[in-house]
Design a protein. Structure first.
Length: 279
């Protein structure tokens, strides 16, 4: 009798904790053993939508991200193209951001990144690829940003948006202080972002001062958002983005207001979430 009582108490306690962490997490969050498993799961979701749209004879509009985080998603999509015949003929892509100024042929440009990790390995028509122009003349930037927004809207909006998260909480290059209403624009890069990019540019002093980025509002207009974070270095900001209050200081917290966003994490990035603080 005594034993049974104890057992019931434990179950109730676990349930209470379960409810507590679920209340803490304001963005649905999937935690995987490693980044490969998370990336394959996202690639499967993307492939499913591309095939569904193909059946419906419609385009699939993808919002793409760069950095180290999405590489394994692109690798899996390229594998699916090669081994399973997944076609990207009906895909139209829009990249989130690009350094400014930067030559599109520079090794560090996101143009080169996208060709290296994805576009050179799939059958997406060249004319369906859209990236912010890091070489746009200064007096044309505003016009460029406006037409980037308009093109996305005219195609019916982004079906799936991929995102990474910066250690300062940025999404795209929407650095702390970016407003929820922000649109595609030129932005000053934060110190922490430049430090993180310093390795690619052989020194922080070589990192471009600016970037062109889709705005927070442009991102929130996407129908489905997958945001990924891997590794212990992201655990602090992941906790703030998922469990913290919404604040302009951490633009990724605005995703809490989006009805169809999921965080995909590896165990290391998820480590500080309340659900893993239970002994
Ligand atoms: P990372 O960058 O994937 O290289 O960590 C993420 C980001 O800044 O969005």
């Amino acid at each position: 009798m005594e034993k049974e009582k104890k057992k019931a108490f434990v179950t109730e306690d676990i349930l209470k904790r379960d409810i507590a962490y679920r209340g803490m997490e304001k963005i649905p969050t999937e935690v995987y053993d490693d980044s490969k498993a998370a990336s394959v799961a996202i690639a499967n979701e993307i492939a499913k939508l591309i095939r569904q749209k193909e059946k419906e004879k419609k385009n699939c509009i993808l919002g793409l991200a760069t950095g180290s985080t999405p590489i394994k998603v692109y690798k899996e999509l390229a594998r699916m193209h090669k081994e399973e015949g997944l076609s990207f003929k009906n895909v139209i892509s829009f990249n989130l951001d690009e350094y400014y100024p930067i030559d599109s042929k520079a090794l560090q440009s996101y143009h080169v990144y996208m060709n290296t990790y994805l576009f050179d390995h799939i059958d997406i028509p060249k004319e369906n690829i859209n990236l912010p122009d890091g070489m746009a003349p200064q007096n044309k930037i505003e016009e460029f940003c406006k037409s980037y927004e308009e093109k996305i809207i005219s195609l019916g909006g982004i079906d799936i948006q991929l995102l990474g998260i910066g250690r300062d909480g940025h999404i795209g290059f929407n650095e702390p202080g970016s407003s929820k209403k922000s649109k595609t624009r030129l932005i000053h890069l934060d110190k922490i972002t430049k430090i993180d990019a310093g390795g690619d540019f052989f020194g922080i002093e070589n990192v471009p001062k600016y970037a062109l980025t889709m705005g927070v509002e442009s991102i929130l207009n996407a129908k489905r958002i997958f945001i990924m974070a891997y590794g212990e270095s992201k655990s602090r900001i992941v906790k703030k983005a998922i469990e913290g209050p919404i604040t302009q200081e951490i633009p990724s917290t605005f995703l809490q207001d989006h009805s169809n966003t999921s965080f995909y994490l590896d165990r290391a990035a998820a480590d500080l979430l309340v659900r893993f603080q239970c002994p």
